[in-house]
Design a protein around this ligand. Structure first.
Ligand SMILES: Cc1cc2nc3c(=O)[nH]c(=O)nc-3n(C[C@H](O)[C@H](O)[C@H](O)COP(=O)(O)O)c2cc1C
Length: 499
């Protein structure tokens, strides 16, 4: 017994000694490190705060990062954050998981703010069982292969490169399940876009990734190959994107993997910067000639994606269409909002360049009507249309369909970490780091993408029925009103009359 007690005394004694030695050692190392960092900070010349407040100044970076995190999770109100607040995101998360999306007690939104849109409920709504399926619209009636689609809510261009392989796969699978299209974005067409079997819109950016030769000009071989693919339904020539009009795509070198470099036709690991305009298109006539060239070569509808700045630009385009003949018109215009999303863009363009969709969409539709081209040129609207009321508004104003990028990113699990321009996206969507991609399982997320799309259409249909029309495509400007201030609103017919 004595020997057992002696053993346990010695054993625990040794452990305590070891622990206290380890503690002292760690403490000493920390002190040494603190002294070293103190002198590094004191003597370095690049960072003022660290030079003036050695060691302590370093905590600033930590708090900056933590601040973002705490604001999002703890302190921000439901309607506060940008680009998307918690209320907007929650709707998408719940729709993607197919969870109940009803709320209790009443609206938490301040509906008196000028510009807020309210819908005009009919005295006698259309019974849900008497509602009709949304009819298709035809893109490119003059092409050898026009495209017919009844989808009002689709996946906007996000290049493979800006987003990851599992993200592209899940979007492709989800689009196929839901029956909507997916735009490739300007990074070319990969097998992952085709994996799900959805309709694909092939985008041609200013660098012509995927259809360029070594010198950066069009490669006829590549163009023929892509145009011949049955899943590729239309071509979209990207003139501009809302978040960075007048600036080409930017893919940091860290995201240019061997596969992405191969698809795009560029060197591995180097920043991939597209020119800020198509070299071959410097005026409206050249634009229409290029569209016609692509249309004849592919046999498929060809449109443009742009963001409006100057309204005279669109008037000049439509005048040129009238001069050259409506057959040469773009088959569609994808109108992006100045507050649209991006993988990477300069702050001044993200914040301060171009018109927002709330102003530019009515303007575009009005001009198309004035020039008698409303039926010839289809309108696809994009930019922050992530909740049903946003989509219903766009249809009321005159859009034929809506494209969406960041809503679909939320459906994949995006938490708005605002890191798409690095390789550190925590949800595996905008990164090529395999450790981070591991969390994004395409099979699971495919269903969420499809759920989001379907629930969106379902709730826009609820709005349509409440407004007294049988399907969303029948929504018109008289079905919505713009709030002018407390207790005052005006029909969108009036509101946009002089736009
Ligand atoms: C990660 C990311 C990548 C994008 N890549 C492209 C692109 O390659 N080509 C393009 O035309 N637009 C691109 N966009 C813009 C979207 O297609 C869309 O026009 C814009 O985000 C506005 O829509 P949203 O508010 O629904 O996101 C990208 C957006 C994001 C967030």
């Amino acid at each position: 017994m004595d020997s057992l007690l002696h053993f346990s005394d010695t054993f625990f004694g040794s452990i305590m000694t070891l622990l206290s030695h380890t503690f002292m050692l760690t403490l000493s190392l920390l002190c040494i490190a603190a002294v070293v960092f103190y002198f590094i900070d004191l003597t370095q010349t690049r960072h003022t705060i660290r030079r003036n407040y050695p060691l302590l100044g370093r905590f600033r970076y930590l708090f900056e990062q933590l601040g973002e995190f705490f604001r999002q999770y703890l302190y921000s109100q439901d309607r506060e954050e940008l680009p998307f607040n918690r209320a907007q995101r929650s709707w998408v998360y719940r729709a993607a998981k197919n969870l109940d999306n009803t709320l209790a007690f009443g609206s938490t939104r301040n509906n008196d703010q000028a510009g807020h849109i309210v819908f005009v409920n009919a005295g006698f709504p259309v019974l849900d069982e008497e509602g009709q399926d949304t009819p298709p619209v035809i893109f490119g009636p003059h092409c050898r292969q026009p495209y017919e689609s009844n989808s009002i809510f689709n996946i906007s261009g996000m290049s493979y490169g800006a987003i990851s392989k599992p993200a592209v796969q899940a979007l492709s699978g989800g689009a196929a399940l839901a029956g909507c299209w997916m735009c490739t974005g300007e990074g070319g067409l990969s097998d992952h876009h085709l994996a799900g079997g959805c309709d694909v819109i092939f985008q041609i950016g200013t660098a012509k990734y995927g259809v360029r030769d070594a010198a950066g000009a069009y490669s006829l071989d590549h163009l023929h190959t892509i145009a011949a693919m049955p899943h590729v339904k239309m071509l979209e020539l990207k003139l501009a994107q809302g978040a960075k009009p007048g600036k080409g795509g930017i893919l940091p070198g860290v995201k240019v993997t061997a596969e992405i470099a191969h698809i795009r036709g560029i060197p591995v690991g180097e920043d991939s910067i597209s020119p800020n305009r198509h070299y071959d298109i410097g005026n409206h006539r050249e634009l229409l000639e290029r569209l016609q060239w692509l249309r004849e070569l592919s046999g498929k509808p060809v449109g443009i994606k742009t963001v409006l700045g100057d309204e005279h630009w669109i008037e000049e385009l439509l005048r040129t269409v009238k001069d050259m003949g409506a057959k040469l018109a773009p088959d569609f215009i994808t109108l992006d909002s100045a507050d649209g999303g991006t993988g990477a863009a300069p702050l001044s363009l993200i914040d301060d360049m171009g018109l927002g969709l709330r102003e530019s969409l009515p303007l575009l539709v009005n001009r198309l009507e004035q020039f008698g081209l409303r039926e010839r040129i289809r309108v696809i609207a994009s930019g922050k249309l992530i909740n049903p009321a946003d989509v219903a508004w766009a249809l009321c104003v005159g859009a034929d369909a809506v494209n969406n990028a960041r809503g679909f990113m939320f459906s994949l699990g995006c938490v708005q970490a605002l890191q798409c321009n690095k390789n550190t996206c925590p949800t595996g969507i905008a990164t090529h780091d395999p450790k981070l991609q591991r969390g994004l399982v395409p099979q699971d997320k495919t269903l969420r993408v499809a759920n989001y799309q379907r629930n969106m259409v379902k709730e826009v249909t609820i709005i349509a029925h409440s407004c007294g029309v049988a399907h969303p495509r029948l929504l018109r400007r008289q079905h919505a009103r713009a709030v002018l201030g407390p207790n005052r609103s005006v029909s969108l017919v009036e509101y946009y009359k002089h736009t």
